[in-house]
Design a binder for this molecule. Structure first.
Ligand code: SAH
Length: 397
């Protein structure tokens, strides 16, 4: 049986949650929650026992759970989940009918009213990602609700929480048709190969759709360096946009066959493109030694990276990364600087950019800015959940 717990909120948290803040922070509640089961329903109350909201208990980063409703009578059941999912689906009507794009986010966690749960659409298949054991405990109702609301060709899932330090299991198939991978999806007419049953990731980060389009549109006649390139999705966009040549750099050995595959599915001869399995920071020295410079440099590092030799944290080292990139960017060139680190906002990110260019005595102009695309819904009035920040910078001299 699911536990139902009455939990008293601190007064600061009462204000935030009443105003729509969806996350139940660790220090928002009293007394301690050590005795609670993941997936317990939380009746959040003020000090007089007055109802504030209903949530669930699920440990995830800085929160202990998420608010589900502010209506005391609303039951958290299959009907509730079906309503949330169908509202989310309705918001993506344009993407569902698009012929140019067949992969997008259908349900974006807290932005669609259920923190800890995301659902992505990949050409008929659905990928459900669960971010805590707590939300995963609702899986039966949620899968049934999903089936009621949409026609699923097949369903896969990712468990993005740890039990005893391990992802819970390997095979991610849930129901319906088994996919044949790579599955080809379209994004603004560009093709991408994805695999829904191959480890933690699928081969494409859907939140960068608008940035890939922007790069595509800037690339004609340009040389492009794609750092932290993963499966080379940005390189493919540049090549399809008419780039004179792309260079993709990633440390992971798998990035080589994966990037070749992305080029192949778009009928681009991968041998005409440069793919380097290499530490980006070593590549900067390599490029300097060989006097290589690029018209466009894409920077999309992970928030944290640790190699044997060094650690990199975007919050600390982004200015240095930009300065290194500037050294190998042609005059009049463009840097696309991206980060998904949720711990700082766009304003702060721009201070990193300003610092780097000042230290290099170089003028610049920000020509475009991107945050999450419209299918990655963010809770109203809480921009801190809009973790993606991308700035397209023109290097002036
Ligand atoms: N830009 C990619 C996503 C990057 S994910 C895209 O849009 O698809 C981060 C990537 O950085 C991972 O593939 C990881 O292997 C790579 N990486 C992490 N540290 C690195 C380093 N020091 N040098 C090169 N690649 C690195």
């Amino acid at each position: 049986m699911r536990q139902l717990r009455e939990v008293r909120l601190q007064s600061k948290a009462i204000k935030d949650i009443t105003n729509g803040y969806p996350l139940i922070l660790k220090d928002a509640i009293e007394p301690s929650t050590s005795e609670m089961d993941e997936g317990s329903l939380l009746h959040l109350v003020d000090k007089n026992g007055g109802y504030i909201a209903t949530g669930y208990y699920g440990m995830q980063n800085k929160g202990i759970g998420w608010v589900l409703t502010r209506k005391e009578k609303e039951q958290i059941d299959k009907k509730f989940f079906a309503k949330k999912i169908s509202e989310a689906v309705a918001k993506r009507a344009n993407l569902y009918t698009s012929e140019d794009t067949t992969a997008f986010r259908v349900f974006n966690g807290e932005g669609d009213g259920i923190g800890g749960l995301t659902i992505d659409f990949f050409n008929g298949f659905y990928m459900v990602s669960w971010y805590s054991e707590g939300i995963y405990s609702f899986k039966e109702d949620i899968y049934q609700a999903l089936d009621e609301v949409v026609n699923t060709r097949g369903v896969y899932e990712k468990l993005r929480f740890h039990t005893n330090g391990q992802y819970v299991r390997q095979d991610d198939y849930v129901s319906g048709e088994k996919g044949e991978f790579p599955l080809i999806i379209l994004e603004n007419k560009m093709k991408y190969a994805v695999d829904l049953n191959d480890g933690a990731m699928t081969g494409i980060f859907l939140d960068q759709r608008n940035v890939r389009k922007a790069l595509h549109d800037h690339s004609n006649g340009k040389t492009v360096l794609n750092t932290f390139s993963y499966t080379g999705a940005f390189s493919v966009a540049a090549a399809l946009g008419g780039s004179l040549g792309t260079t993709s750099v990633d440390l992971a050995k798998r990035s080589l066959p994966k990037t070749i595959e992305q080029f192949q599915v778009n009928d681009i001869n991968h041998e005409s493109q440069d793919i380097k399995v290499m530490n980006v920071f070593d590549y900067f020295s390599y490029a300097a030694r060989h006097q290589l410079k690029f018209d466009i440099v894409v920077l999309d590092p992970p928030s944290f990276a640790r190699t044997k030799k060094m650690t990199f944290s975007t919050a600390k080292d982004y200015p240095k990364l930009l300065k290194d990139a500037l050294d190998i960017t042609n005059e009049g060139g463009t840097i696309i600087a991206s980060t998904n680190n949720a711990s700082f906002n766009m304003k702060k990110f721009k201070t990193f950019i300003d610092k780097a260019f000042k230290e290099k005595n170089t003028h610049y102009k920000i020509i475009e800015e991107y945050q999450l695309p419209e299918d990655f819904t963010v809770p109203h009035n809480f921009p801190e959940f809009n973790y993606l920040k991308v700035v397209i910078i023109k290097v002036m001299n």
